[in-house]
Design a protein. Structure first.
Length: 202
């Protein structure tokens, strides 16, 4: 209980810092970030449905409160959404949370969506990938997106758990080595980590 109170206090502190006056513009950083953007961006994307499977999470992120909850979308509702998705032209199904790998029926959901002809992405904090590697090999989504929000100290601080960055990177490396699942990295940009966006990218 005391750990939960401390996490809430830390989260309030981070949110108050986020509400503070923005830092002064940094032209050098803006120029460097712009140089990493594609010259001709491609904005087209298949019709996508994003399904929040739960609001449970095993981390304590500074910019999110899902870890304070325990609810999840009932399995029957998830199955109905999948079954109806194709009827409205959905091509890509994104399974997110919370942390979707906390759901016991995640791989059943992945199989059902693939059987319906949907392209399946799972968006995750990456900390449970190593534990689920055998199941991922047996029931693979088409792609997995993992959140990496800075270099290791910054990432762990923002995510509220030590060792989070190492577990996420290890999971990505294992997936890259042992599966054909397409991998993406998501970076939640904040004032605290924007200066690390380029090092993480490179």
């Amino acid at each position: 209980m005391e750990q939960r109170r401390a996490a809430r206090r830390q989260s309030r502190t981070w949110r108050s810092q986020a509400a503070a006056a923005p830092p002064a513009p940094n032209p050098d950083l803006e120029t460097a970030l712009t140089a990493h953007l594609p010259a001709v961006p491609r904005w087209t994307k298949p019709r996508t449905a994003i399904v929040m499977l739960n609001r449970r999470c095993n981390l304590r992120c500074a910019f999110c409160d899902h870890w304070e909850h325990r609810d999840e979308l009932p399995a029957g509702a998830v199955h109905a959404l999948i079954d109806q998705a194709g009827d409205v032209g959905v091509e890509l199904l994104v399974l997110t949370g919370g942390e979707p790998f906390l759901r016991r029926d995640l791989f059943e959901i992945i199989d059902r969506a693939r059987d319906k002809g949907l392209t399946v992405n799972v968006t995750t904090n990456g900390t449970l990938l190593q534990r689920r590697i055998r199941l991922l090999m047996a029931h693979p989504p088409h792609s997995i997106s993992v959140s990496i929000d800075g270099l290791e100290p910054t990432h762990d601080d923002l995510r509220g758990r030590p060792g989070t960055a190492e577990r996420a990177w290890s999971g990505l490396e294992r997936l890259r080595r042992d599966t054909d699942i397409a991998l993406n990295v998501y970076f939640v940009v904040t004032r605290r980590n924007v200066g690390e966006l380029i090092p993480v990218h490179d």
